[in-house]
Design a protein around this ligand. Structure first.
Ligand SMILES: [Zn+2]
Ligand SMILES: [Zn+2]
Length: 317
């Protein structure tokens, strides 16, 4: 079995898609990241990046023996994180199984929002008429999602988690309008934190830094340049309070959390490639191990040795 934890970026843009000659390098699709743990596939958000990912999953499933099974985690339900779902081809495959989780006031919130997005006035196919089997649940930060030999299940975060289990922990951030879930995906001692749509605090978001501590990869919102954030970019208002970070804020959080690598994410749709590279330079002054995420970027994390996994587990507790 493949024991590497793989991360692949399919959409790195915030707010709305940004196709065109100026965004060829980083890409114009909205938020979607694929995390693969052996045979298991977890998809973070369903921006338009999920559309090419869906086609790729169909190709892989055509060559395999087992039916397609995918977990989809929504950071929140803003349009740029859900807009690709109606075009996610595996959802139309009768044999496919989708485990869908996201935030919500009631266990049915995610289901209701997805149903609403595909009401007859807005889309020709309703959620119910997509033939795949779908388990859709809202989850809270007091819960952990597990995916092991027993399948997918949600347990209390107080429960001990087996070393081998693929576990997803949740941090609830209030640094975005309506709030957002930050996920920490852990497997075989490796971990990836997905913190999009979150605004940095003065002196950093300490709860988030604690949640992301020692992660191998931190994917963090870095929508704006400092000048843009402050309202000093010609033609753009100040974006303070919009719920997004500057590249420097992402760098500060990565440094405080002592992560292995920082990937800047949710690039402003008005930024051409050169402006996104400048964002990378700005973050690098604070945290050297940084790259601006681009479509097609793939990271591969080897499993940690057993002893290291045990000490990691102890530090987590
Ligand atoms: Zn967004
Ligand atoms: Zn949002």
């Amino acid at each position: 079995m493949d024991r590497n934890l793989m991360v692949r970026f399919w959409g790195v843009r915030g707010s709305h898609p940004a196709p065109g000659a100026g965004t060829i390098h980083y890409g114009g699709n909205t938020s979607c990241v694929e995390v693969r743990a052996g045979e298991r596939t977890i998809v973070l958000d369903a921006g338009t990046g999920i559309i090419p990912l869906g086609r790729e999953l169909m190709r892989r499933a055509a060559g395999g023996k087992s039916p397609l099974e995918v977990m989809l985690l929504f950071s929140h339900l803003h349009h740029d994180h859900t807009q690709g779902f109606p075009f996610f081809v595996p959802a139309y495959l009768p044999g496919a199984r989708l485990h869908i989780f996201g935030p919500g006031g009631t266990p049915e919130t995610v289901n209701h929002v997805l149903e609403h997005n595909q009401s007859p006035e807005t889309f020709p196919v309703s959620l119910r008429d997509m033939p795949s089997a779908k388990d859709i649940h809202s989850v809270r930060d007091t819960q952990v999602i597990l995916w092991d030999e027993g399948g997918v299940r949600v347990v209390s975060s107080a429960e001990p988690v087996a070393e081998e289990a693929l576990a997803i922990r949740i941090h609830r951030s209030h640094a975005h309008p309506g709030g957002v879930h930050v996920y920490r995906i852990g497997w075989l001692g490796r971990s990836v934190v997905y913190a999009t749509d979150t605004e940095g605090y003065v002196g950093i978001d300490r709860r988030l830094a604690a949640f992301a501590r020692d992660a191998d990869v931190l994917i963090h919102d870095a929508q704006y340049s400092a000048a843009h954030y402050r309202g000093e970019l010609a033609g753009f208002p100040s974006t303070q309070g919009y719920g997004h970070s500057t590249a420097a804020m992402a760098g500060e959080l990565a440094a405080a959390a002592e992560v292995g690598e920082l990937i800047l994410f949710h690039h402003d749709p008005a930024y051409a490639d050169e402006q996104v590279s400048v964002q990378e330079d700005a973050a690098k002054e604070i945290f050297p191990e940084v790259r601006a995420g681009f479509e097609g970027l793939e990271l591969s994390l080897l499993p940690l040795e057993r002893a290291a996994v045990a000490s990691y587990g102890a530090r987590e507790a």
